[in-house]
Design a protein around this ligand. Structure first.
Ligand SMILES: Cc1cc2nc3c(=O)[nH]c(=O)nc-3n(C[C@H](O)[C@H](O)[C@H](O)COP(=O)(O)O)c2cc1C
Length: 394
């Protein structure tokens, strides 16, 4: 299960405070854990009871104390993943700019070392005032995130900039800030292979390749974050996937095929990212081969995992093809020969592909369809890859 994101919702004394109830409702509905702190003035605009009912949590007030937790402000700061203050008054902007800590919300903000997002809300002249504008610029420089304000009609009858963003827009901004992925693959079982395989020649020597396993593990992470039930079948490599992903460690191509077939029941998508050794020793020596001047090794073709799965099981199959040359024609040949759904071709050079942090991929599928995902680090590329697959698969 994904860890739930913990949002500390701060409410200050602006006229838009009534809209914060909707923000709290949207957060709770989307499975965030929400705690609320209200300033003393905020209580003039909306009651704590509203938020207690919406969040099912006790609301902290400007002077809250807990006799069991003398360091309540530190406990709250440690608990939260993000602080969202909506609405943020001009006064509160000024307060955190100066590092003041004279009530619960400002003290928690001072003790907090993760993301703080402010949704300002005030009259257009208050917003345009040089003092507020200077505060805004300095806070932004310090890394405080601003959601709005917006231009529009205001409670006082003026029209201008200073209006709080709509609750739904603030909620969507927060989702993006916390990189909460859309759950495209919820309840889908996805088997992914990653890393190299090693093919023993004798008890101490083997054939292998330079695959780091990074691309496959990052793709497994990206599918997992999008709600998939991921099975990772991984060859020997140091790169680690999210610890919650079910992982089967194997060594040879044959073991990899067995692991995939043993888990194929109920599988929706098979993604073969592993660099499976194309060849394996025809006869593996039982004893260590003596070091001679010369050694001739006879190799045989290794198992073709991708082809076997595409041929024998009704599964959407995606294969990776690392090529040094003729990328497109080689990739399309593989797409047809292996009878798979999509081929993801990547160039191998000194700066991209195998054993590198960066990669670019071109996807080929159907009759002449293609999409290139430009060169970037493998973590970001994996996110883009999974998003593209969601469009093709759906
Ligand atoms: C009716 C009324 C509405 C107000 N609306 C706002 C507002 O929208 N934005 C703002 O910055 N201040 C507004 N204020 C002023 C703040 O309430 C005041 O600066 C207060 O000290 C803010 O305290 P806090 O930031 O600790 O909640 C309003 C005051 C009143 C009386």
């Amino acid at each position: 299960m994904n860890k739930k994101t913990k949002v500390l919702l701060g409410i200050t004394g602006g006229i838009a405070a009534y809209k914060s109830a909707e923000i709290a409702r949207l957060l709770v509905k989307s499975d965030y854990l929400v705690k609320v702190i209200m300033t003393r003035t905020a209580e003039d605009f909306i009651t704590p009871l509203t938020f207690e009912a919406l969040t099912n949590e006790k609301v902290f007030l400007y002077n809250s104390v807990d006799k069991n937790k003398p360091m309540l402000h530190i406990d709250i700061a440690k608990w939260a993943d993000i602080i969202l203050v909506a609405p943020t008054t001009a006064e509160f902007m000024s307060k955190i700019l100066h590092g003041r800590a004279d009530d619960m919300l400002s003290t928690v903000c001072l003790a907090f070392n993760k993301k703080i997002a402010l949704a300002p809300s005030m009259n257009k002249n208050m917003w345009a005032n040089k003092a507020t504008q200077d505060n805004y610029k300095i806070l932004k420089k310090r890394g405080i995130i601003f959601l709005g304000p917006e231009y529009g009609s205001q409670a006082c009858g003026d029209v201008g900039s200073g209006r709080m963003k709509e609750p739904e827009d603030i909620f969507n901004d927060l989702e993006k800030l916390m990189h909460k992925p859309k759950k495209f693959f919820k309840n889908k079982k996805i088997i992914i292979t990653a890393g190299p395989t090693i093919e023993l020649i004798d008890p101490v020597r083997y054939l292998s390749n330079r695959s780091s396993g990074m691309m496959g593990c990052e793709i497994a992470n990206a599918f997992y974050d999008q709600g998939a039930n991921v099975v990772l079948v991984k060859g020997p490599c140091k790169y680690m996937q999210n610890e919650n992903i079910f992982c089967i460690n194997i060594k040879s191509g044959e073991e990899m095929l067995n692991a995939v077939e043993n888990n194929i029941k109920g599988c929706d998508i098979f993604v073969s990212v592993a660099a499976v050794s194309d060849f394996t020793a025809r006869d593996r020596a039982d004893k260590k081969i003596k070091s001679n001047d010369k050694l001739t090794l006879e190799l045989k073709k290794n198992v073709d995992i991708l082809k076997t799965i595409a041929k024998n099981y009704k599964v959407f199959t995606i294969g990776f093809a690392a090529e040094t040359n003729d990328l497109k024609s080689n990739a399309i040949k593989k797409l047809k020969n292996k009878g798979i759904s999509i081929i993801a071709a990547n160039k191998v050079s000194l700066s991209e592909g195998i054993d590198n942090e960066n990669n670019s991929i071109t996807l080929y599928w159907g009759e002449g369809l293609e999409k290139t995902l430009e060169l970037k680090n493998k973590k970001d590329l994996a996110l883009e890859f999974v998003e593209e697959i969601s469009k093709i698969y759906n």
